[in-house]
Design a protein around this ligand. Structure first.
Ligand code: NDP
Length: 283
């Protein structure tokens, strides 16, 4: 039987609607949540992401501000722009669109964002909160992926979870979140031997590799929840890391690309921004 589709459009609409209601309440108390995105250079993919983030803010009633900087921007100029936003009470969330041009130090820039305004959840303080299971800002993509996994209604505790990819923005935080759900977690990467032997054990399989069609049906356990984080372009078409058509015949649940995790990432960014604004209201 073909897998059930975990529809990012439907699930992200749920989150956006919830955010919209929270924004409405905050506005009634005189606070409009504000998200600022810093875009350095003119990478076309980044332009699209930034535009979608702005659209999301508009739809949920938030303030959106895009700070465009030349690709020749220096580290000092970038950090000064971040500092200005740190001090701006109208801005509750700050996001530096990655990747930055090669001459800029991403980690140093991200470290300048106030942890409470770090709605991407990339600051070391927030990474530390995730590691220790204490309250912090969760990175949007793994947070969105977990929401999709939970939407299946399946018990997660005690299940085998395999994450392919160990990046700081997807693979590692995803593994930590699944560990917090009491899954037994295996993290695979480019040096993993016998990858398929690991993936075939997975009740929950998350692919965050960046290679089109990388996960094939023979790598998937029948009935598994398969989450495809990958965004790849092949002949101008967007596709994920999973061979969708074949794997859907074997998995229990699967996310499509496009229309899957990507939609959740933006919804979680809006949700994190609403959280940040609520925290200022509480203060
Ligand atoms: P990275 O390139 O930082 O990480 C890729 C990971 O895949 C690395 O850990 C790498 O291992 C591993 N890998 C590469 N080749 C193999 C292999 N042959 N076998 C096993 N593991 C392998 O990518 P990101 O984590 O940033 O992103 C992953 C994908 O997710 C990309 O397609 C990206 O576009 C997409 N993405 C999607 C988002 C969304 O909203 N849907 C958000 C962010 C990313 P090693 O560490 O050993 O090199």
């Amino acid at each position: 039987m073909a897998a059930k589709i975990l529809d990012g459009k439907v699930l992200s609409a749920e989150i956006r609607e919830e955010v919209r209601k929270r924004v409405e309440k905050m506005k009634a108390c005189g606070v409009t949540p504000g998200l600022a995105v810093i875009l350095v250079g003119d990478d076309p993919a980044s332009e699209i992401y930034v535009r979608n983030k702005g659209k999301g803010c508009e739809e949920t009633g938030m303030l959106s501000r895009t700070i465009r900087m030349e690709s020749s921007t220096t580290q000092e100029q970038l950090e000064a722009a971040i500092q200005q936003l740190n001090e701006d009470p109208a801005i509750h969330g700050i996001l530096v669109q990655l990747p930055l041009p090669g001459h800029l130090d991403e980690n140093a820039a991200l470290a300048k964002i106030l942890p409470e305004k770090d709605v991407d959840g990339f600051h070391l303080v927030n990474a530390g909160h995730l590691m220790t299971g204490t309250e912090g800002v969760l990175p949007c993509t793994p947070k969105g992926a977990l929401y999709m996994i939970k939407s299946t209604g399946e018990t997660l505790s005690g299940r085998e979870a395999v994450v392919i990819g160990r990046s700081n923005i997807v693979g590692k935080p995803m593994a930590m979140l699944l560990l917090q759900e009491n899954c037994t977690v295996t993290v695979c990467h480019s040096r993993t031997k016998d990858l398929a032997e690991h993936t075939r054990r997975a009740d929950i399989l998350v692919a965050a590799v960046g290679k089109a069609g990388f996960v094939t049906a023979d790598m998937v356990k029948p009935g598994a929840i398969v989450i495809d984080v990958g965004i790849n372009r092949v002949d101008g078409k967007v596709c994920g890391d999973v061979d969708f058509e074949k794997v859907r015949e074997k998995a229990g649940w699967i996310t499509p690309v496009p229309g899957g995790v990507g939609k959740m990432t933006i919804a979680m960014l809006l949700s994190n921004t609403a959280d940040a604004a609520e925290r200022t209201l509480e203060r």
